[in-house]
Design a protein. Structure first.
Ligand SMILES: Nc1ncnc2c1ncn2[C@@H]1O[C@H](COP(=O)(O)OP(=O)(O)OP(=O)(O)O)[C@@H](O)[C@H]1O
Ligand SMILES: [Mg+2]
Length: 165
């Protein structure tokens, strides 16, 4: 069972299972539009890829979504939106800069970046930030905060949607 808390513009989503993590992904997928940017952070094994896979499925990606740790960037076609999945863990700032990430950030799909804080200066300031933390066996805490239009409002909308389906 998920528990959602509202903390000064930030949403705290406590997932007690992977199903709860998927539920959060489905809710955010409902808000996604072309050009959406979601920055994911959290320790190794926190659940960044697991959340991304659920999010991709929710925007209609039928292909298998693998961890992009080695591919760095992978593009998928969803039914509603394209999905650009990045993992910048192994990149230096300079290497990331040379990839021309703006093409994705300002493209027509949804970009999800794992380890986003490592390339903070290259990210557009308007984005949704999700920080994932281990919270015991099978449990994860998601702290979600939106910066700029429309993301700041997303947390409010998420809060209004409630915890259940
Ligand atoms: N509630 C949960 N939500 C997400 N993942 C969970 C949950 N409970 C357990 N897990 C497990 O935690 C692991 C998360 O691994 P995942 O690869 O998604 O992490 P990651 O943050 O992408 O790691 P990395 O930093 O290596 O990319 C998976 O094995 C998943 O099954
Ligand atoms: Mg990962």
């Amino acid at each position: 069972m998920s528990v959602m808390e509202w903390n000064n513009g930030e949403v705290i989503w406590m997932a007690h299972s992977q199903e709860d993590t998927m539920r959060l992904a489905r809710k955010l997928a409902e808000l996604a539009v072309p050009g959406t940017i979601i920055a994911l952070d959290g320790d190794l094994g926190a659940g960044k890829t697991t959340w991304s896979q659920a999010f991709a499925a929710s925007i209609g990606v039928r292909d298998v979504v693998n961890s992009p740790t080695f591919t760095i960037i992978k593009e998928y076609e969803g039914e509603q939106l394209s999905f650009y999945h990045m993992d910048v863990y192994r990149l230096s700032m300079e290497e990331a800069d040379e990839l021309g990430l703006d093409e994705y950030f300002f493209g027509d799909g949804v970009t999800v970046v794992e380890w986003a804080s490592l390339i903070d200066e290259l990210l557009p300031p308007r984005r949704l930030e999700i920080y994932i933390e281990h919270a015991g066996d099978g449990a994860r805490e998601f702290r979600i905060k939106g910066y700029g239009v429309p993301y700041a409002q997303w947390c409010q909308l998420l809060n209004e949607m409630g915890e259940s389906e």
